[in-house]
Design a protein around this ligand. Structure first.
Ligand SMILES: [Zn+2]
Ligand SMILES: [Zn+2]
Length: 156
């Protein structure tokens, strides 16, 4: 079995390695291991650490780097702009803003997938905020017909 350096640990910057297995022209990395024992095996799904024989191990190292980059740079909270955090609640892992909302990891979900779910949630909230602002502006126009006096100043 062949062990490669996959990249760096996103938690402690130490070396992360993985064993490679080959089958049907594909190379699969085993669970990544940090030399300091950080839980890097949860960072990305094992299925995502697969590539064809011709472009391993560089391609696997790229995938690892991309996953770590996503993990380390999540969207900030759309309400308070704070950096999101991992939180354990009632034996489940959650990620997000402790004040404004969290997303929960389902069984076997990778950390990167959990961050992705959070980023999707943030995008939805941002979109709702934009739509709300648009509608408020629209209502101001629509309501002029009902209360011309109230908006009189804006017309002058
Ligand atoms: Zn580590
Ligand atoms: Zn927040």
């Amino acid at each position: 079995m062949n062990t490669i350096k996959l990249g760096e640990c996103p938690f402690c910057n130490s070396r992360v390695t993985a064993d490679l297995e080959t089958a049907d022209g594909m190379v699969m990395a085993g669970l990544p291991e940090c030399e300091n024992g950080c839980p890097v095996g949860r960072v990305m799904s094992p299925a995502a650490l697969t590539t064809s024989m011709s472009d391993a191990p560089e391609r696997l190292a790229d995938k690892w780097m991309q996953a770590c980059d996503m993990l380390l740079n999540p969207e900030t909270c759309p309400i308070c702009d704070e950096h999101p955090v991992f939180t354990a609640i009632k034996a489940d892992l959650w990620f997000g803003c402790p004040s404004d909302g969290l997303v929960k990891a389902t069984a076997g979900m990778s950390l990167v997938k959990l961050v992705e779910e959070w980023n999707t949630r943030v995008a939805e909230v941002e979109q709702t905020k934009r739509r709300q602002a648009e509608l408020e502006a629209e209502c101001a126009i629509l309501n002029r017909a009902y209360w011309p006096d109230r908006f009189k100043d804006e017309w002058d």
